[in-house]
Design a protein around this ligand. Sequence first.
Ligand code: ATP
Length: 428
Amino acid sequence: MRCLIKDLKENKASEIRGMVSKVRDTKYMVFVMIKDRSGFIQVSIDKNEQKDLLDKALSITTGSIVSFTGVMKLSEYVRQGGKEFIPEKIEIISLAETIPLEENANADTKQDYRWLDLRTPKNEFLFNIQSEFVKYMREYLYNNDFTEIHTPKLLGAASESGSSVFEVKYFDTKAYLAQSPQFYKQMAIASGIERVFEVAPAFRAENSNTNRHCTEFTSFDLEFAYIDSYKDVMKLEQELLTYALKNIKEEYGDIIKERYGIDVVVPTKDFPVIDLNDLLSELNKRYGYVIPEYDIGDMNAETEKLAYKFAMEEYNSEFIFVTGFSKEKRPFYHMRKDNIPEGFDLIWRGMEITSGSQREHRYDVLSAQAKEKGLGKDVEFYMQFFKYGCPPHGGFAIGVDRITMLLLGLDHIREAQFLFRGPNRLNP
Ligand code: ATP
């Protein structure tokens, strides 16, 4: 029976199974480093005393899957805990060919061999960290009465903005891949589920090659009812992220520092909030920044970067909420007050991680706002959700890949995704 490396007891006969990370052939000994999900151990084979195992030991290659039966011994000569494993029996379960991925391979080759790239020490805990981050965000929501839902990703209409939607053949008609669960989250609210969330893929047919965009990403989306203002939405997001960061720091802070050289910073005070116009005048005053005409009323990558710089300088905060976007730049379903959308973006470490708002739940107003944006037939089904009673509500979406990238200080979002999907990347 397999024994995990962490559970080995001194001198107790056991079988360990795992992946070989290194083989070292020395004058008197062969050392095989083996790793399972609980840790790693050095397996030591004495060339003189274990002649019967030698051929097999020397045929083991890096990456092979092996089983060793024997005993664990404590030895003062062994580093990292002083444990070594002395085998009596070796079985090679799956022999690996020479690994074709060099350490300094370019980004494209790393993607070609992503499963090998994920074996490297830097990536070893990547998905444990991501998975735990999402777990804590989920946990926070469960603790606050949220219900997870699963909405369709195949849609009959091109939803919010037709231009960035993938069209797929659907028998003898067309379907579209969901770019967000927005409409269905709101349908859930109209169904009487007061607090919902979903963690699911979102698809964007944007032909942009930036370090922060992919054509398929994982969106952590939520929506909740009976809010008084979009400020309730910001408050919930601040609490959710603080909760997740606190737990991640406790569990993985040291590993993140060691592997990625970056600190996990747990916010200790409210995230600052600034109106977009005030932010732009601060950026102008401090850094001489002038936003290009076509971005007026919105933020761009440069504004986001400088907003972070400003937040650190002024508030010593990695996060900053920005409000007061122009209605032309925001979706029609954002509630407005005095013609200004009641919504926000959240910037973390120089990048937008969230857009959120109070949603317009009044059918007549929503209808007028949709018309103003020239949206007709495609949103008709959605408009129906607001005809038969719908409470005031709001919500937001966080890009899981983007927060992973920022948490670990990675250069490109493809490094934070299990498998990257971009304009030029559909495989493996
Ligand atoms: P951006 O301005 O950065 O393109 P967006 O305004 O289109 O983002 P939203 O539609 O508001 O983004 O989506 C909410 C969140 O989902 C974003 O804040 C981001 O974290 C994530 N996100 C959006 N588009 C992408 C993408 N193409 N790749 C990765 N993550 C994305």
